[in-house]
Design a protein around this ligand. Sequence first.
Ligand code: UDP
Length: 344
Amino acid sequence: MLMKNKILVTGGTGYIGSHTVVELQNAGFDVLIVDNLSNSSPDVINGIEKITGKKPELIVADCADITKMDEIFSTQPAIVAIIHFAASKAVGESVEKPLLYYRNNLLSLVNMLELSLKYGIHNFVFSSSCTVYGQPEILPVTESSPIQEATSPYGNTKQIAEEIIRDTVRANSSLKAICLRYFNPIGAHPSALIGELPNGVPNNLVPFITQTAIGLRECLSIFGNDYNTPDGSCIRDYINVVDLAKAHVVAVKRMLDNKNKQMLEFFNIGTGKGLSVLELVHVFEETTGVKPRYKIVGRRAGDIEQIWANASYANNELGWRAEEAITDTLLSAWKWEQALASKK
Ligand code: UDP
């Protein structure tokens, strides 16, 4: 009899995807990655194999291509759940090329949902984001805080995606879905065999810090010190990427363990603690002993002033919590940057 134990991970060679594949394999699942490699490298598979002792299956394909995806599903009877990461994620690019973002992020999602229904795969985990909350009035933010108008097409794709999932589950009671609203994922696997691979100049704070610390960038720009926060810089909830990856395994198991229950759930995946940009830079300096040059510059357009999670619902309902200390997380990011440098 066919042992049905395979998880389809779209975007599985990406930053969060690759760490999730590791945790899924460590938990005993088989993994099929579908990725178009538009923002990742197939070498990631080797890192995953070194960590877990097992090479995940990889099919290079685009989730927006329904014909190709249908072909893949028709030859993969063991899939029991889908974790859908595959999406474009650069906020600035989405402002310049909105249609690219709507086409890529939303068409891919619709295709994946259609195929899960067609092939009777009842369990769907979606990569959502705290961006759906905009600037919340009350902090920390809970899952019932109002969804605010998106500040970028990228953010809008996450909001619309949640609505598409909601409507699809309402119309198909056999389909379960869990949307994980990520806060700011940072760090790398402690082995330094996989991590974040920014394409060109990093948009995100931590890769910019580590690249400056190693000498690839001259100076870190801190975007604004005149916000209404204790030190004037923005506040975020920085979550270790391995902790975040583990939340996906918990979500998949929850769906598989509750076969007869309807499920449409949204969870904040954060630490519950806010840290300012300046605080984060100082923790990096203290833990690594390396001081990246930085200067204060003007605010970045579209930035939220402050947000951090109330993660109690995920803690209590999922039995998941962020465990890694910020110091270890920043050290893992630094180790990864050093590992990349030693390969050059
Ligand atoms: N940031 C910064 N300099 C950089 C990149 C980011 O000061 O080079 C700040 C940014 O303004 C925000 C925080 O760091 O307050 C986190 O930004 P990131 O792009 O990593 O994530 P976001 O929260 O915007 O998704």
